[in-house]
Design a protein around this ligand. Structure first.
Ligand SMILES: Cc1ncc(COP(=O)(O)O)c(C=O)c1O
Length: 437
């Protein structure tokens, strides 16, 4: 049986009358269903759309649902705590607990934290702190990396190679019209995973560089792991030039390990940002950095505000998440990563048996599917030159019709709620779809 989307289509047509474009976040325009689907409910690994179709979901809120959709232990604590009130715009005792737990799990030592609501927002605070602390202005941003949709950084996420410029001196390509293009003067765009290129940038601009922001594992392009020694090289260049290394762990934090990519890759940055997985589906973000750097916020030199910061529901959800992770740290990640590795291995073997160019990269519960004949994709330009995005869109559409919800950008998030049966069903669906692709 294939899925029909008639009710979603009707709702989308209605939504377009009242909501600009009928959607509330741009990426939903690219829904594999070819129209943005409307959902009625979700639980664990599953989602149900308004046409009654059931899906095994691998978008999982674009990452936050580490335990699947609406896990009971989070719902219960949030319901209980929200009896106290919702938004105090004042301090709340549980905030101290979540900061303590987070700092115990995160490798950066002698650190403090600050909380906000979204990943986009916390990365803005990060740039202020980097500039405020170093008294320098330029931030190095890599092609293929995403750090939210604000003017200061929404450049060269997935730029077309026809306009991206020379690989040794890439153009900052704005992702949107309406951006203040003066901001591009404060950015240096660089190709990722290439020691020579970042060294050249520091040789040329070292005196002006406040810091480097990187996804430590490039989740926004093919889930690429850094080459051995690459991040260490970037860190040593930062230290040589009095700049800061920042990891954007909005996706990797609390997902690839309790201590995020830092724990997995055994390298600590000076400062890092977190969001998605830390609150199991509730809006919450956090910046963590060495105390002397974070003191720039602590002493009020760097202004940071937000009415909804540390609201009761988000704080309670974070408390439930971090307590769960702290109590079951080793077994939780062992089990989750085993599921991820099972998926990665089986997808690879199905691709081989079907003589397909379907390609899988990633680690543990974070992986990405693309179509390419290359053995490994190493950065955005490599993806843009070698991956067939059109073929992936057809694949994702066919998978959806077989009850598997994949993201439009190829990234899959496996949650602890995914059962062995879910994984087996998914692998069978991939086999079926590839055999006809
Ligand atoms: C690495 C990274 N940083 C920042 C963001 C922005 O987070 P948010 O969507 O919560 O604003 C995202 C979102 O996908 C992300 O992947």
């Amino acid at each position: 049986m294939t899925n029909q989307f008639d009710n979603s289509k009707k709702m989308y047509n209605q939504a377009k009358k009242y909501i600009a474009g009928g959607i509330s976040s741009q990426i939903r325009k690219n829904d594999p269903a070819k129209i943005p689907l409307f959902f009625s409910h979700a639980k664990g690994s599953k989602m149900w759309d308004v046409d009654g179709n059931e899906y095994i979901d691998y978008i999982q809120g674009m990452g936050p649902n580490l335990f699947g959709h609406s896990p009971d232990f989070i719902s219960e604590l949030v319901k209980k705590e929200m009896d106290r009130g919702y938004v105090f715009a004042a301090q709340f005792e549980k905030e101290i607990e979540i900061a303590k737990m987070a700092l115990e799990l995160i490798p950066i030592k002698n650190a403090t934290a600050r909380f906000a609501i979204s990943g986009t927002e916390i990365d803005q605070l990060l740039f202020r702190v980097m500039r405020g602390y170093t008294k320098k202005n330029k931030i190095v941003k890599f092609e293929g990396h995403y750090h939210g949709w604000m003017d200061s950084v929404n450049y060269s996420v997935h730029p077309s190679l026809s306009i991206a410029g020379d690989e040794n001196n890439p153009n900052p390509i704005p992702e949107s019209t309406g951006m203040d293009l003066n901001t591009r003067k404060s950015l240096i765009i660089c190709e990722w995973n290439d020691e020579e290129k970042i060294e050249k940038v520091f040789n040329e601009f070292g005196d002006d560089i406040a810091g480097v922001i990187t996804e430590p594992i490039l989740a926004n392009t093919n889930c690429i792991l850094p080459k051995k020694g690459y991040l260490e090289k970037v860190k040593s260049l930062c230290e040589k030039h009095n700049a800061l290394l920042a990891f954007d762990e909005v996706i990797t934090g609390f997902r690839v390990a309790a201590g995020g990519a830092q724990e997995l890759l055994k390298i600590t940055p000076h400062i890092a940002t977190y969001a998605k997985s830390m609150a199991g589906g509730f809006p919450m973000s956090m910046i963590v950095g060495e105390k002397q750097i974070m003191n720039e916020i602590g002493n009020g030199n760097v202004y940071h505000g937000g009415s909804f910061n540390s609201n009761v529901m988000s704080t309670a959800a974070t408390y439930a998440t971090l307590k769960y992770l702290q109590d079951s740290k080793t077994t939780f990640y062992e089990n989750l990563n085993k599921k991820g590795e099972f998926m990665i291995e089986n997808l690879k073997s199905v691709s081989k048996s079907q003589e397909s160019d379907m390609h899988v990269q990633g680690i543990g519960s974070l992986l990405s599917i693309s179509f390419t004949n290359k053995e490994e994709i190493i950065n955005w330009r490599d993806h843009a030159k070698n991956c067939n995005e059109e073929k992936y869109s057809i694949f994702a559409y066919e998978m959806l019709k077989n009850g598997i919800r994949l993201s439009s950008n190829g990234r899959m998030h496996i949650s602890s709620a995914h059962t062995h049966e879910d994984l087996e069903k998914t692998i069978s669906a991939v086999e079926k779809v590839l055999s006809k692709l």
